[in-house]
Ligand binder design. Sequence first.
Ligand SMILES: Cc1ncc(COP(=O)(O)O)c(C=O)c1O
Length: 472
Amino acid sequence: MNADPLDAEDFRTLGHRLIDLLADHLGTTARRQEPVLRWQEPEAMLASVPPVDPAGGADPLAFAARLCRDANHLHDPRFVGHQVSAPLPLAVLFETVTALLNNGMAVYEMGPLTTMAEHRLLEWLAARFGLPGEAGGVMTSGGSLGNLTALLAARQLCARGDAWQHGSERATVFASEQAHYCIDRAARILGFGAAGCVPIAVDEQFRMRPEALRAAIAHCRADGRQPLAVVASACTTATGTFDPLPELAAICRQEQLWLHVDGAHGAPFAMTSRLRERLRGLELADSIVCDLHKMLQMPALSTAVLYRDGRHATAPFAQQAAYLFADSADREWFNRGHRTLECTKRGFGAVAYGCLQTLGERPFVAALDHALDLAQHLATAVQAATDFELAVLPDCNIVCFRHTPAGIADLDRHNRRIRAAIVQSGTFYLVQTTLPRGLFLRCTLLNPRTTTADLDALLTAIRAAANRSTGD
Ligand SMILES: Cc1ncc(COP(=O)(O)O)c(C=O)c1O
């Protein structure tokens, strides 16, 4: 390496070699030639990573190779675990461009083109979700932050008085008991307290029960609290279930509540004709969150927060910052810093916009349809087997099931051990969740290269792990 760490030629040479290394990694993972995850206990992994050496001198290619080797390989078709996509190589390249440029976008001048690419991306997403032409929003870092941002808008627009100035401690949001934990967390961050997020009972399909919601709203009013917003899950994290959006929208209209849809995982399915019915009502939302790093193959994090009325995008943060914004009062639409908790942020909008402009929508829709096909295949295979039990018919691409052979007294322990054995063997990566009936194995099928043969092999691997485990 040259003595100058900013040297352009060094960057060129190293960059070419790094791309070669990453391309090899993509090839070997796609061909299932490496373990999905080389499992190591946390202590052993820490011991293998030397402390920072102030003198430096390590080989960057060796470190990059180690990063690839010891990562959880999301590009391996046998990765069927958490809801993080294997990013498109093109997106990774655009990500490198935006990282180098580091245009933070708090104000338009600090990212003129990235700001407008974000604007165009949001316009496209809003249209796909059926929102009206005046919809608008912002890109931010992750679904958790996105949900908090949308609920901040709901608080500012719907709570009594000026919540930004005086707080709003008795405001209350309602979300299904299956909602992602970040909703309860957001309510607490907003100062609503432990009673500020009311969990609403679900039916046997894990859908929020509208009559339970109505009762909870009435109870909340009787208690002297202020109902503010309903958070619909589209879909839930654990089982991939879509709440009944039209019914929840009707309740929100009658009760004059904000309807926020946490579509972090499931909102992109609005683009496939197959799930259009499940997502009917999405267009009625006051705000929607959608993670592009889940079902739209973007690198993490990349989250859209959309408002049905784009003017609401500046409601969450009603702050003056004279050193940054020339005129905070007029809420310049082109200064993204008015809209997010972040001041400087990454150029995620430009990354997704660049991919769409290059590839068009088709591969994204095809990947969504493929994910649905895989989920159907797995659910059908599980139902057909006498030694497996399906938790619930999948609405989309998340499938929960457990191994239930005769003679096992403790099914939770049995399935927990199976998962641990499979993950540690590196043959598949899957996760688990606890549902009312007990512990279930959980698969999210989002890699376009995963095949039905992979899923059949997964069931075989589970049976083999079970045999080893019961043989102990
Ligand atoms: C429904 C739902 N909402 C929100 C989140 C949080 O998203 P993030 O991890 O991007 O913060 C998740 C994550 O799995 C999710 O499934």
